[in-house]
Design a protein around this ligand. Structure first.
Ligand SMILES: [Zn+2]
Length: 392
């Protein structure tokens, strides 16, 4: 049996949003966290001194699109994906939730990682996005499963489950990046959305609802969606935010994608302007949601993979305290991804997916966006990256 690993002397931000703990000793055993806080490490443990460093749960991005690989040719996409996985790990991202993929490439990737054929973060997958007949399905061919009417909607949910989905993603409204779509009105009827949530929940899966406009947000919350993706018009419907706080519905504001669209030459001027306007709206919603007590999770929804922690800096700029931003990227994101029984906090029994950074992110969150300051990345107590380079 492998020796215990004792991590000593670090400032520990445990991902619960609670106060950091100074000079704690974390003991790792059999891939998991065995204890937190005892000052004297076990006699035969291997000890790593982390004085001057901060230990946190591995970062979790609750909204990515891993198979959107930009200019990589079709026949090289497998290599592109494997490379993206390495970039994520080097960036301290140890869990991602993919909310819309082309074909079954990610299920295959997850299988490959399980067989030890490539490195990858923990993958939480939705497969295809379920939507009404819409322009988005033409803009992203292969990523959507269009469904109309209650019976077809239920079939679409079952297809995703059969293909290995962990979560059901639905387009409740149009998308910022689709030319032929607007974010109001909602794209699905109440009846359709209720049926989708009911079928997903019946089969044991949560629902992530892409809801940008006020109508879709309201409808998604009422239908019982578990996470609201983007949600930028949430500040216009305070009653929906209140209901989210009451039911524990998590908001994933994806501020990075609005900035990405606003700043990228790849989009037409009018769409960049739409990105700018909706990004401002998203920031108002972060502020309003925080005041109402809505849980907020990190999801970048924008390239580059590995630079995901930029989202956490943006969340802090939008009003979250550094401690809240770190919880958004760990404990709350783990809840959003339904992996909170395994990871997301530094607590005994959890899988030891952890990162160690040089310095204190509570005084400077941008440390987390610099791979060279990411001193260690551990997956299941095994070091997978050190100072921006993979260890293998
Ligand atoms: Zn997305």
């Amino acid at each position: 049996m492998a020796k215990d690993l004792a991590l000593t002397g670090a400032l520990v931000v445990d991902g619960t949003g609670g106060h950091p703990r100074e000079n704690a000793t974390i003991v790792l055993r059999d891939g998991r966290i065995a204890s937190v806080g005892g000052l004297v490490p076990p006699a035969d443990a291997e000890v790593i001194d982390l004085e001057g460093k901060t230990l946190l749960p591995g970062l979790i991005d609750a909204h990515v699109h891993l198979s959107s690989l930009g200019g990589i040719p079709q026949e090289l996409r497998t290599y592109g994906l494997a490379n993206a996985m390495r970039d994520l790990l080097k960036g301290g991202i140890t869990t991602v939730r993919d909310l819309g993929a082309y074909g079954d490439s990610l299920q295959r990737l997850r299988d490959a990682a399980r067989h030890g054929l490539c490195e990858a973060p923990r993958l939480v997958l939705c497969g295809q996005v379920i939507s009404a007949t819409c322009a988005g399905a033409r803009a992203f061919p292969g990523m959507y499963r269009e469904a109309n009417g209650v019976t077809d909607i239920r079939s679409a949910v079952r297809e995703q489950v059969a293909a290995g989905a962990d979560v059901i993603k639905v387009m409740s409204t149009g998308a910022l990046t689709v030319a032929g779509e607007d974010i109001n009105p909602a794209q699905l009827t109440r009846e359709e959305l209720v049926a989708l949530v009911e079928e997903a929940h019946r089969l044991g899966l949560p629902v992530a609802s892409h809801a940008e406009g006020a109508d879709g947000i309201q409808l998604s919350v009422e239908a019982g969606a578990d996470t609201i993706e983007h949600g930028e018009q949430g500040h216009l419907v305070p009653e929906a935010l209140a209901a989210m706080a009451e039911h524990g519905t998590i908001l994933v504001p994806t501020l990075s994608v609005f900035d990405h669209v606003a700043e990228s030459d790849a989009y037409p001027a009018w769409m960049r302007d739409r990105g700018r306007r909706l990004g401002e709206s998203a920031r108002l919603t972060v502020e309003a949601a925080r005041k109402q007590g809505v849980a907020i999770a990190m999801g970048a929804d924008a390239p580059p993979q590995g630079g995901n922690a930029q989202e956490l800096v943006r969340l802090a700029d939008a009003g979250l305290t550094p401690l809240e931003a770190l919880a958004a990227a760990t404990g709350v994101a783990a809840r959003a991804c339904r992996v909170d029984r395994q990871v997301g906090t530094v607590e005994p029994g959890k899988v030891a997916d952890l990162i160690v950074v040089d310095g204190n992110p509570l005084t400077d969150l941008t440390i987390l966006t610099d791979p060279r300051r990411l001193w260690l990345v551990l997956q299941g107590a095994t070091v997978t990256a050190r100072c921006g380079a993979l260890v293998s």
